[in-house]
Design a protein around this ligand. Structure first.
Ligand code: MSP
Length: 528
């Protein structure tokens, strides 16, 4: 039986403003899902939307719409965007889906039945227009941090989850499973900032929030959005329902990928809930950093006030989803923060995709046409240079596998691109055009071309989960199956000798950086 692999993104707050920033986690998880499929695993990739809470109802009211009408539109846009970016999820969950609401209620009931939820009173600073409670420390100059208006101290009947009981078990979890929370620095953050100072019981119901899942046994209360939202990871699999095969098969998650600002919910609250329910814990929570635009999360330059174009719906039609995906995998060091700007993106497109990968492929296919009428030759005369090249490539395969296994996205894709760099260096070194002219050069030339093709085959297979469109073209031209499992990755003998290569257009035509920058600047700043 195939090994299973369950990967999730956080479920997104529905947003009209879809940017590279809020596409990042989905793009990351897509590569994780795809390379695990290539490892031969039975993969389940979950994403979706987090649709309850006062803010949503407010936003719908502001748009003059009923909540569900407002949400349906945004969800349709979100799904279109995932499609455009080549995201292949197995399930898209909405927390307004019936089955999810039922499971969220069951989670709540079960925690109550087991004595982990009790009724108490929620006290805090309440902002009436925002219908939100804040703690003393959240206030800004004693006023509401969201709207800046007066707040008043208020009490509300509420249910609480006994989070305070889980501190020791959580520390034990991190100690016994160093893999559980990554990068490692996040563990210290959880322990020092939250657990050591003492965990407070968590307020898990509201009577003032109407747009939410009602507590089944006390319907004046709605379930706190984070309890509702976190249960999506198991409700999507059918937990607590009659149709729970997927839950039995895929739970626990192999990895929850989350942004660094929501680690606390996934590494403290979620495991505590699962412990209270006696359910297995996720194997890993991986926290990624942020894409920064001009040094912060906004997409506006502080100096000039100009906006950066960060809308994938503009960028993908112009440059392809592969290029966008590539930039995020490669340039935002996975686990840390990284910068995005039009200039960085366009230059990376030219240097890596056009010059390195694209050029390698077109040069090699061009030489194959010229020297061998595109018919794949067998390696004949093998020299130390060829051996060295092969060994370099195979060492990168090993590294890429190891990094993929550890979900080190940026390191994995760097290893893949090292293969293309090795191949370009090899071409410069062995000069196939000179060998072609040399007397008795044919045997060597066959080896060189065969080795180049094999390195392209291997590198492209490894690159496929990151950039499905361009790699499909190359693999097809090589006469190989796309989307298959990794095969013949340990040696240079994966191509059928005597087979004719297919035609291939230029993959990434070089961009005129200045002209493209100007084009994007105008799109992002239309008022000028
Ligand atoms: N709804 C919650 C998650 C509930 S999970 C049970 C939420 N939603 S969110 O829409 O605000 O964020 C979804 C994901 O997008 C998070 O992982 C977040 O880190 C990511 N990003 C949104 N903007 C981002 C950047 N600028 N950079 C990188 N990722 C960021 O949190």
């Amino acid at each position: 039986m195939k090994e299973k692999f369950y990967v999730t993104t956080p479920i997104y707050y529905p947003s009209r403003k879809l940017t590279l920033g809020n596409s990042y986690t989905t793009i990351i998880c897509d590569a994780i899902a795809r390379f695990n499929k290539k490892f031969g695993k039975d993969v389940f990739y979950l994403t979706g939307t987090d649709e309850h809470g006062q803010k949503i109802s407010q936003a719908a009211a502001n748009a003059g719409k009923k909540e569900m009408d407002y949400l349906d539109e945004i969800i349709a846009d979100t799904k279109n965007l995932w499609n455009l970016l080549g995201i292949e999820y197995d399930k898209f969950i909405r927390t307004t889906d019936d089955y999810h609401e039922k499971t969220a209620q069951k989670v709540f009931n079960e925690l109550y039945k087991r004595g982990y939820i009790y009724k108490g009173a929620y006290k805090g600073w309440y902002c009436t227009p925002c219908e939100s409670f804040f703690t003393e420390s959240q206030l800004v100059d004693g006023k509401c941090p969201d709207c800046g208006r007066e707040v008043k101290f208020q009490e509300e009947e509420a249910y609480f989850f006994k989070l305070s009981e889980f501190g020791d078990r959580l520390i034990k979890l991190y100690e016994e499973n160093p893999e559980f929370l990554q990068p490692q620095s996040r563990v210290n953050e959880m322990i020092n900032n939250f657990i050591k100072p003492g965990l407070n019981d968590l307020c898990v119901s509201r009577t003032s929030v109407k747009w939410g899942v009602p507590v089944e046994f006390d319907p004046n209360h709605t379930i706190y959005v984070w309890i509702d939202a976190l249960s999506n990871y198991i409700s999507a699999l059918g937990a607590f329902s009659d149709n729970d095969e997927n839950f039995k098969k895929f739970w626990p998650a192999d990895v929850h990928v989350v942004g660094k600002e929501i680690v606390r919910f996934h590494a403290i609250i979620w495991p505590a809930i699962l412990m209270a329910l006696d359910l297995p814990l996720p194997k890993r929570v991986y926290a990624h950093g942020w894409i920064l635009f001009g040094g912060d999360k906004l997409s506006k330059s502080k100096e000039t006030g100009e906006k950066e174009c960060v809308d994938p719906r503009v960028l993908v039609p112009l440059y392809g989803s592969d290029a966008i995906r590539y930039f995020l995998y490669r340039e935002i060091p996975f686990g840390g923060d990284g910068n995005y700007s039009t200039a960085l993106f366009l230059n990376k497109f030219n240097s890596d995709l056009s010059n390195n990968f694209g050029n390698l492929v077109s040069r090699t296919f061009g030489m194959m046409r010229k020297y061998f009428a595109s018919v794949v030759p067998a390696a004949e005369e093998i020299t130390a240079d060829d051996e060295e090249f092969k060994n370099n490539v195979l060492a990168e395969v090993k590294a890429a596998y190891e990094y993929m296994d550890k979900i080190e996205i940026t390191k994995a894709i760097t290893a893949v691109f090292n293969i293309f760099t090795h191949a370009n260096t090899y071409i410069q070194k062995v000069e196939p055009w000179a060998v072609a002219k040399a007397e008795n050069g044919q045997a060597r030339l066959k080896t060189i071309m065969r080795y180049l093709l094999e390195s392209i085959r291997i590198g492209t297979s490894l690159f496929e989960p990151f950039a499905p469109d361009c790699t499909a073209k190359v693999l097809t031209a090589l006469g190989l199956e796309t989307r298959g499992v990794f095969e013949n990755m340990e040696d240079f003998d994966g191509l059928a000798q005597g087979k004719e290569l297919g035609a291939l257009d230029i993959l990434f035509p070089r961009l005129d950086v200045e002209a493209e920058t100007e084009k994007l600047r105008k799109i992002a700043n239309p008022e000028e």
